[in-house]
Ligand binder design. Structure first.
Ligand SMILES: [Mg+2]
Ligand SMILES: [Zn+2]
Length: 196
């Protein structure tokens, strides 16, 4: 049994940045003011920071993969200005009714399915038992729990203005106002020793 690295899996829209529906123009990307500090705290504490995002906009033909890369490059530049870093981005381009047949699939990567977390765990050598998921929707929580990681709901996106939980999805381990509060919770409840 190998002791992998702990990770924090982050949903993108509504968690790192404003929930704006499909981000199909770079101007729509508005990263929350606390995101950089939150990510840097995770970097320094020794967590792998892994973004996991459903991007059915690709399958729907609203954006293409190069544009998604452009958005993630913009996030990286923003974070890098203050010394923060995402280790890897994973995205699911699929949708069961995608307009583009290449992306029309019932897949294992579209949250709440845990495929992206499982792939990241394999590829980056992560330890789910010491890892966390943070997202603004209950599909994020369900996805995290399906992958065996503790999962936090933040109120900065969908859950800020949506009502009751759909039945059958798992309850979050905690509900926080935003990513910075979630990172505080993670650092307090993590058994990880402080970064040297
Ligand atoms: Mg979201
Ligand atoms: Zn997928």
């Amino acid at each position: 049994m190998s002791a992998g690295r702990p990770a924090v899996f982050l949903d993108r829209d509504g968690t790192m940045s404003e929930e704006r529906g499909f981000i199909d123009r770079l101007e729509l990307l508005e990263i929350f003011p606390w995101t950089t500090d939150a990510v840097r705290l995770l970097n320094r504490a020794g967590f792998a920071v892994v973004v996991v995002t459903n991007q059915s906009a690709i399958g729907r033909g609203i954006i293409d993969e190069p544009f998604l890369q452009t958005v993630h490059d913009a996030i990286d530049r923003h974070l890098a200005r203050a010394g923060a870093r995402v280790d890897r981005y994973y995205f699911c381009p699929h949708h069961p009714e995608a307009k583009l047949s290449a992306y029309r699939a019932v897949c294992r990567c579209r949250k709440p399915e845990p495929g992206m977390l499982e792939q990241a765990t394999r590829e980056l050598g992560l330890d789910p038992a010491r890892s966390f998921m943070v997202g603004d929707r209950l599909i994020d929580v369900a996805c995290g729990h399906a992958a065996g990681v503790r999962s936090l709901l933040v109120r900065s996106g969908h859950s800020a203005h949506s009502g009751d939980a759909p039945p059958g999805l798992s309850n979050p381990d905690a509900i926080l106002n935003n990513l910075m509060e979630a990172v505080g919770w993670i650092l307090r409840s993590s058994s990880l020793s402080p970064a040297r």
